[in-house]
Design a protein around this ligand. Structure first.
Ligand SMILES: [Zn+2]
Length: 382
């Protein structure tokens, strides 16, 4: 823990709610102490002044990170693997994330769980884990191995509820799990999201009634929206109690569909679905021993199936402004406060306000280029 007390002065601070001019953010013991007018700052406080025009904003929170820095979580479900992924994404403004395990074996799930249990509190910014699978629909498998998709065993219930001090997110297909399963997880604080699913509108509404609150990469790998069959997308867009994960890379979803999602009642949340190539040096990696290549900015299998993304979170924010005509402060909120609230951490993360963890980014607002990050008050240049 950083015991130092210091201040950051910026022309512009987006605090998660509003844009404020000429402010100083006071940090003590890794938490935000106060946000004051620049003129109120006393001379005895160590002060860092951002370059003219620079913005300070809450750090990004990414709930879907398969890999980064040439590491795929499925291939290295260890504390070192997680540390390398987190470091790679931090350069792009991500100060908190959930390492995300793509559908894999029970042994791999156990290893992922153990690695995350060891990493939380030790590796800066690791909040918990996202299990994307294995209770998914083989009809919407995407890059997941359909042969590894399976039904719920008692062992899975124990595993998913065995990390009380970490955020746990499970992406599942509601039609593939027994009645009451979603409720049992939600009651234990596990976040449940729909994804890789052929659920109908009614099945989705029933899942929401049980406690499902998320939609993983809305539009991709789920029953499509259509006139007499609104499916999960129709249910999501009319649910103010839900958050929808959006991959805004210009590849996964056409911008008009994303703009449609922004007009819905659910809260938008940017995710990267990042693969090892983000913040890495290699253009190839393997999943289940099968090669995935980065081609024209997208990650694809030999058969041409999209396999996650090659996008970092700063690019997601930049694209959100450029492709969807979203004001910068809204895009920033979709990448910080919104995912914090989805995870139930909205009272400690996602804002620059007294008592919040000092997770922040300094960036150039013209191109959303990240200049530096703070995690619990500890600075790193980008
Ligand atoms: Zn997926």
């Amino acid at each position: 823990m950083n015991a130092k007390r210091f201040a950051i002065v910026a022309d512009t601070v987006f605090d998660g709610t509003a844009v404020r001019r000429d402010c100083a953010v006071l940090v003590a013991d890794g938490r935000i102490e106060a946000v004051v007018a620049r003129g109120e700052l006393t001379a005895d406080v160590e002060t860092r002044v951002l370059d003219q025009g620079g913005w300070l904003a809450p750090g990004f929170i990414d709930v879907q990170v398969n890999g980064g820095g040439d590491v795929l979580f499925n291939n290295e479900p260890t504390i070192d693997g997680i540390a390398n992924i987190a470091a790679a994404h931090r350069r792009f403004g991500t100060t908190s994330l959930l390492p995300t395990l793509i559908t894999d074996t029970d042994d791999k799930m156990q290893a992922a769980r153990d690695a995350v249990a060891a990493a939380v509190g030790k590796v800066p910014g690791v909040l918990g884990v996202h299990f994307e699978g294995p209770f998914l629909s083989p009809d919407k498998s995407g890059v997941h191995d359909p042969m590894s998709m399976r039904v719920v065993e008692p062992w899975h219930r124990e595993l998913l509820t065995s990390l009380p001090d970490a955020a746990v997110l499970v992406t599942l297909a509601p039609e593939r799990v027994p009645p009451g399963f979603i409720r049992a997880l939600a009651e234990k604080g596990v976040r449940v999201a729909l994804g890789h699913s052929m659920a109908t509108y009614d099945e989705t509404k029933a899942a929401i009634a049980e406690g499902l609150t998320g939609f993983t990469h809305l539009f991709n790998a789920m029953r499509p929206l259509s006139a007499r069959d609104p499916g999960p997308i129709g249910a999501a867009l009319e649910s103010p109690s839900c958050w929808v994960g959006l991959i805004v890379d210009g590849v996964h979803v056409a911008p008009p569909m994303l703009r449609l999602a922004l007009r819905g009642a659910a809260s938008p949340m940017l995710v990267t679905d990042a693969m090892p190539s983000v913040g890495g040096a290699k253009e190839r990696f393997s999943l289940y021993g099968r090669e995935i290549a980065v081609r024209e900015g997208r990650c694809v299998t030999a058969g041409g199936t999209l396999a996650g993304s090659n996008m970092d979170m700063a690019s997601a924010v930049r694209n959100c402004v450029a492709l969807l005509n979203v004001p910068l402060q809204d895009a920033l909120r979709f990448a910080s406060r919104s995912p914090a609230e989805f995870l139930g951490l909205g009272d400690t993360l996602g804002r620059i306000a007294p008592g919040y963890r000092a997770d922040m980014i300094a960036f150039d607002p013209r191109d959303v280029r990240v200049l530096g990050t703070w995690v619990s008050g500890n600075y790193a240049a980008a």
